[in-house]
Design a binder for this molecule. Sequence first.
Ligand code: PEP
Length: 252
Amino acid sequence: MRVPLVAGNWKMNKTVEGARELVNGLLPRLQAVQGIEIVLCPPFPSLLAVHTLLKGTGIGLGAQNLHWEPSGAYTGEVSAEMLKELCGYVIIGHSERRAYFGETDETVNKKTKAALANGLIPIVCVGETLAENEAGQTEAVVTRQVMEGLKGIEADQAGKIVIAYEPVWAIGTGKAATGIGANQVIGDYVRRPVASLFGDKVAEGMRILYGGSVNGTNAALFFSQPEIDGALVGGASLKVDDFSAIVQAAAK
Ligand code: PEP
């Protein structure tokens, strides 16, 4: 049995004070929910404040990026070694980082290895753009991102990885994939390549999330699909009612 996971990617939103307000709004709604993992991923400046508020709640904390080196002359960067004092999770290879910050399959691979080496659970994002989708390249792109992003990782470590399938055309657009469509991509182009890299046991145990315009209304459609083990949520994770509804849907 794979324990469902719902992670909120706050992106570049919320000041420290705003982050405290959001967490204080969410906590009474999320704390009683059983049987799933919930993770909040605020921007770096709010990690400490959110860490303090989440202590003892069972709700996890994640960062949105990291650098693969442990320390050194990398101005503006944050290492896994620094994050592990506060976080249990880290998002890696989000499509916004791939599109705007030069993230590649190679850097995703280095970051994933650094996260695992420091006991952080990587949430590795994969997904095709609209142009790739329309050109019939979804299988090639998603499979390549999985194979290249996770290569060279030991099977016992690989089992800890979470993958989020996030079609770029669905992120922040309000145009979510269909449950059946996302389920097919996850089963055939994500879980199958994971099996070819690490074997069936690891593939069957790995949590694979859907992300892209998930909200309180459509979440249940995704969670009813056999290959989908939760969601990576962007915009709706900033709204108490919506995020709570998604979490409730995952717990059902
Ligand atoms: C995301 O940024 O990971 C995401 C899925 O965004 P949204 O839910 O807003 O589409």
